[in-house]
Design a protein. Structure first.
Length: 531
């Protein structure tokens, strides 16, 4: 039924097909440059739902110059080989109604952990293919084959879950390595400049920060159907997705259990400074105690706020609501934030009694561009927190998660985190710094203190008196310093070197990792290991 439904919708979408609708890659590198331009020009952009369609950008901007500002101005005068390596797509074919590009993807790197000591390395090879047919249909596909010997972290995460953070399941390689495959893609159809329909296998992100408490790109790729309407200062997105719960398996030969989600996000501008957004999500399992359930057509409702729908038929499904804001303070600064409500009662909130089911989180942050009047000197400060048991549910499969990772913040719940970031670009050189400091409460003595969202919430330790950091209080600090030389902006191809540290401390453990790395890679999606 689910496959028939998705196939039928796709057929109806493409039936009148006679392309428009290309997405900007979901990489912080590109969106930082994009927001810098909009901030400078005092132009409003509904940017919280990512990736963003090129069609949604203001026509006053030259997208090529905005996203690829460091392509050499005299590139057209250089040799064919020089242009293909450093300025252009490796393969490009274009006619009046067809455009196809192809580029190699790779990540070759080596690292050395001083504290352990241990040598790590990665060898990734892949390909990206993008095509535009007419002015309405766009397709994209990316594939990677990877072998690696991982550093102690995220190596220990892989040992416990069998998953490389955000990049898929592993199988053994040689004596101490892993082998894993990564793929993503989408088919995007824009029948008009106001409407887009996308079927894909990949990730989405909601928010204006480095983290998201609503929907992030931390976990692995998933199949989705996304419908978007954008009318100048109002943008509305409906997202239907299927997720995997690796903690439970179906009968032999059918893999892991599945779950579904229906999400809505409405974002709009109030003047040139303030953007507001409203979010809701429902997670339900593919099969429950009554038998096979599949995609619940009651959640096809395209109107935001599904919580009343869920309550109307006595559903036990996991429902979340949230809100976002971003405010342009000046030409150089923008404030932003999020509020996530999983479950709560106002009476318990007002009494401040620490009721376990008051599950919520929030984010506040500020971004700055061209600081101290220095072009391309940017910075960010961001604070996130989530109360114990947020995102968890009565069953493991209905937790707000996918492929052994949270769908929102990588720390799960029961945490406070501060992130500081800065970067500077000079021609093709980039220098970046990031540090995170978090306090969270781990489970101990077999008791659920609310950090692990995969544990059913009915195992909570106490009814009242719950607070952030309860359990085994753990302090985590990660720091990254990188320098890179950008070779080809089209694929974010770069040579980079870096220093990373990770310090974790609680009463039972002290971890102190210090890693030197050097690599040559393309970078079209975000990779997170700072948790």
């Amino acid at each position: 039924m689910p496959r028939i439904l998705f196939s039928g919708l796709l057929y109806l979408i493409l039936l009148p097909l006679v392309s428009r609708g290309q997405y900007i890659p979901l990489s912080n590198h590109y969106y930082d440059q994009l927001m810098q331009k909009y901030q400078e020009k005092n132009v409003s952009l509904l940017s919280s739902m990512k990736p963003i369609l090129v069609n949604d950008l203001d026509t006053m901007f030259d997208i090529q110059h905005t996203l690829y500002p460091r392509i050499l101005n005299n590139g057209g005068k250089n040799s064919f080989a020089f242009r293909k390596l450093f300025n252009e797509h490796l393969i490009s074919y274009k006619t009046s109604d067809i455009s196809i590009t192809a580029d190699p993807l790779f990540n070759f790197g080596i690292g050395y952990d001083v504290k352990e000591p241990k040598t790590s390395w990665i060898n990734s090879r892949g390909l990206t293919l993008t095509g535009m047919l007419g002015n309405m249909l766009v397709f994209n596909s990316e594939i990677y084959e990877n072998q690696a010997v991982l550093a102690s972290w995220p190596g220990s995460f892989v040992s416990g879950t069998g998953v490389v953070p955000g990049q898929g399941a592993t199988k053994p390689y040689l004596n101490n390595g892993v082998d894993y495959f990564y793929s993503s893609g989408y088919l995007s159809y824009s029948p008009s400049k106001y409407v887009n329909m996308t079927m894909g296998y990949g990730k989405n992100f909601i928010g204006d920060g480095y983290r998201s408490l609503l929907l992030s790109d931390v976990s692995f790729n998933y199949p989705y159907l996304k419908l978007t309407a954008n009318f100048r200062k109002i943008k509305y997105t409906v997202l239907y997705s299927q997720f995997i719960d690796r903690s439970s398996t179906l009968s032999a030969g059918f893999g892991f259990d599945r779950k579904w989600s229906s999400m809505h996000y409405l974002e709009f501008s109030l003047g040139k400074r303030l953007n507001l957004g409203f979010f809701d999500a429902i997670i339900w399992e593919n099969a429950d105690s009554t038998g096979f359930r599949g995609f619940d057509i009651q959640y096809l409702n395209p109107v935001i706020l599904l919580r009343p729908v869920e309550e109307s038929f006595g559903s036990p499904d996991n429902a979340l609501v949230g809100a976002t804001f971003s405010y342009r303070i000046s030409q150089h600064f923008r404030a932003y934030g999020q509020l996530l409500l999983d479950e709560f009662k106002l009476s318990h909130m007002l009494s401040n009694d620490g009721w376990w089911a008051n599950k919520y989180g929030y984010q506040v942050g500020i971004s700055g561009w061209n600081l101290f009047r220095i072009p391309a000197l940017n910075a960010r400060a961001e604070y996130n927190q989530a109360r114990p048991y947020t995102y968890s549910h009565s069953t493991t499969i209905e937790s707000y998660s996918h492929f052994s990772q949270p769908l929102a913040h990588p720390l799960g719940a029961n945490f406070r985190e501060l992130t500081l970031m800065a970067d500077y670009q000079l021609r093709q050189w980039e220098l970046s710094f990031k540090t995170t400091y978090a306090i969270y409460g781990s489970d101990t003595a077999g008791r659920d203190f609310g950090q692990n969202i995969f544990i059913p919430y009915d195992r909570h330790v106490t009814e009242l008196g719950n607070s952030i950091g309860q359990g085994l209080k753990t302090q985590l600090n990660t720091t990254d310093l990188k320098i890179a030389y950008l070779l080809n902006p089209r694929t974010n191809m770069r040579i980079e070197a870096g220093i990373s540290s990770r310090k974790l401390h609680n009463e039972l453990s002290d971890q102190n990792l210090f890693l030197f790395t050097i690599g040559f890679r393309t970078s079209l999606f975000n990779i997170y290991d700072d948790f």
